[in-house]
Design a protein around this ligand. Structure first.
Ligand SMILES: O=C(O)C(=O)[C@@H](O)CO
Ligand SMILES: [Mg+2]
Length: 258
């Protein structure tokens, strides 16, 4: 049985962000992830985690001007100083929140452009070193172009090659089953082949990005396969509930029963 983490950027949005921690704990979660904590003081977020006795398992590095369409800084030449400051900001939040995994978003950039590839490779090495000093795993995640048009990292093989080429033990793949199915399919074989470099898993149904068990894949079989393959990390529930979050949570009971 995987360890599930509620994604508080997508789940429990019936509540304000800071109230989602208590809501997730009351619903039975022991762990949470979210995209960004930066709108709130780290001490305030840490207090909500402590009050709800939750583990914070993952969040993203600052990703630039989100409202203006930016989706990360790593592959953007000319933004190196900002990127390096963003790494420091994320590490300081990670320390306050006890987080051991950070996701580095790449940005909207053409992966065929050598300048952008070089910027990304430099950013990855820099962030890997900085995270490694704090014993933190740095994750990279391929995203499908329907949800994230123009995103630099849109292939699992490309991500795996970058991780292998860099050869740092604290750089791993964020394997989002939803993105994998849309990008390439062949989910079970990819999990098997990439297991040595997987540092975090996320799940949602395809194509709706709703509760597991409501889409085209047998999500419960995929979750079982994670167990069989020896995955002992977290599975982030990064889905948009079809209706109220609590109403849709019975998928967890079905999964436990099967
Ligand atoms: O969109 C996803 O999938 C994520 O995991 C985010 O961290 C990136 O927006
Ligand atoms: Mg994801």
């Amino acid at each position: 049985m995987p360890f599930f983490a509620a994604n508080l950027s997508m789940m429990f949005t019936e509540h304000g962000f800071l109230d989602r921690f208590r809501a997730a704990a009351d619903a039975g979660f022991d762990a949470v992830e979210f995209l960004f904590p930066y709108d709130y003081p780290a001490a305030e977020v840490a207090a909500r985690l402590a009050d709800a006795e939750l583990e914070q398992v993952l969040f993203n590095l600052p990703a630039g001007d989100w409202a203006d369409g930016e989706r990360g800084l790593a592959a953007l030449p000319g933004r190196e100083d900002e990127f390096r400051r963003s790494v420091a900001t994320a590490l300081s939040y990670a320390k306050a929140l006890g987080t051991r995994r950070l996701h580095m978003m790449a940005g909207i950039a053409d992966a065929a452009d050598p300048g952008r590839r070089a910027a990304y490779a430099d950013a990855l090495a820099f962030a890997a070193d900085a995270a490694g000093e704090k014993d933190i795993t740095l994750l990279i995640e391929p995203l499908n172009p329907r949800d994230m048009p123009g995103y630099f990292l849109n292939s699992f093989d490309q991500a795996a090659a970058m991780i292998t080429d860099l050869g740092r033990p604290n750089v791993k793949l964020q394997f989002d089953i939803y993105h994998r199915q849309i990008l390439h399919g062949d989910v079970l074989k990819a999990l098997e082949q990439m297991m040595p470099i997987i540092g975090h898993v996320q799940i949602a149904s395809v194509p709706g990005r709703n509760e597991p068990g409501t889409g085209e894949l047998d999500d419960f079989r995929v979750l079982e396969a994670l167990d069989e393959l020896g995955y002992r990390g977290f599975v982030g529930c990064e889905y948009r509930p079809k209706a109220a979050t609590l109403e849709g949570l019975d998928w967890l009971d079905w999964f436990e029963e099967c």
